[in-house]
Ligand binder design. Structure first.
Ligand code: ZN
Length: 316
């Protein structure tokens, strides 16, 4: 199994982030928890019905975070899959909801509708023929035939694609599948070769560009899938022996187990296990409704609830 597991980004105001992703984009709020390393702040997870790998976008909402600046060494854009026939619907919806979007463009022959979230995060919808036949979570009044079907992928803006591309192909099971101008496409090789959510990593080679600065509206890190601990350990072994990179020790994130490393182009990469998933501490039917804490923070629940900003009703 290969592909993206999740993408984690930095937001400003928590309520504004929550409203945009659940109401405007209609994603499911699959987990309401805190940043385990900074439990006075939220960690929000959005995805499909069950929060399957390849559909999960997560945020650290930091009210006073300074705005980020795009540039080399960063994730340049995060894109979602929608049915090709839904692009017109989304253009109209963005106009009605005051969402900033760009004129339609073509990339690798696909229709791309680029837009930004309220913190300036760079996003896109990619029109996929036939995606209307895939299951979809719907909220915010969005008809099922137009709803988002997980990630298409990410675009990394790097000085050079070579060493990062070697990690994608050698460690994460991607294959170079095309070039369009300065962009090199890598596609996850799995059961469906590129037709599963989160199968695409594009590297936009931009020599001599300014380095980016992480902040509000920036991607913090991207996570790749490992089926289980054994597959993750094998990936770590390859990183050490073949690529001279040393990932961190494993951290238990409750819903998956993770290791991290900085890839040669400057982007923070994570390898997250598919198991145990988001239903480990609440049933799929009620994901996202209650504040969930890892067991080591449960005894501090009252204090944590006092400092977290209140959130409005969950619509779903
Ligand atoms: Zn992560």
């Amino acid at each position: 199994m290969s592909g993206l597991h999740h993408v984690t980004a930095i937001a400003g105001n928590a309520q504004r982030n929550f409203d945009f992703y659940t109401r405007t984009l209609g994603l499911r709020f699959v987990k309401r928890t805190v940043n385990f390393d900074d439990p006075g702040t939220y960690h929000f997870y959005y995805g499909d019905e069950a929060g399957n790998p390849g559909t999960i976008l997560t945020f650290f909402p930091w009210e006073h975070a300074a705005a980020g600046r795009g540039g080399v060494g960063q994730t340049h854009q995060t894109s979602f899959r929608v049915p090709l026939s839904a692009i017109g619907y989304w253009t109209q919806r963005f106009t009605e909801h005051g969402v900033a979007y760009e004129p339609l463009e073509k990339r690798f022959g696909e229709t791309v509708l680029a837009f930004s979230d309220p913190d300036g995060m760079s996003l896109a919808l990619i029109g996929i023929p036939g995606a209307e036949n895939e299951p979809a979570w719907t909220a915010g009044g969005i008809p099922a035939e137009y709803a988002i079907r997980g990630f298409h992928g990410v675009t990394l803006l790097l000085d050079s694609a070579e060493r990062t591309g070697a990690i994608l192909t050698d460690v994460f099971g991607f294959k170079e599948t095309g070039r369009d101008g300065s962009v090199i496409r890598y596609t996850a090789q799995g059961q469906n070769n590129g037709k599963e959510p989160g199968s695409i990593v594009d590297i936009y080679e931009a020599k001599g560009f300014l380095a980016g600065r992480q902040g509000r509206g920036s991607v913090h890190h991207i996570a790749f899938r490992a089926a289980d601990d054994a597959e993750q350990a094998e990936m770590a072994r390859k990183l050490v022996t073949t690529h001279r990179l040393r990932p961190t020790e494993q951290k238990d994130r409750n819903y998956f187990r993770s290791i991290y490393f900085r890839e040669p182009g400057g982007v923070l990469f994570e390898i997250a296990t598919d198991i145990p998933g988001f239903a480990v501490d609440e049933p799929v039917e009620s994901l996202g409704h209650a504040l969930k804490l890892p067991s080591f923070l449960e005894s501090h629940r009252a204090q944590i609830e006092k400092v977290l900003p209140a959130l409005g009703e969950l619509v779903s």
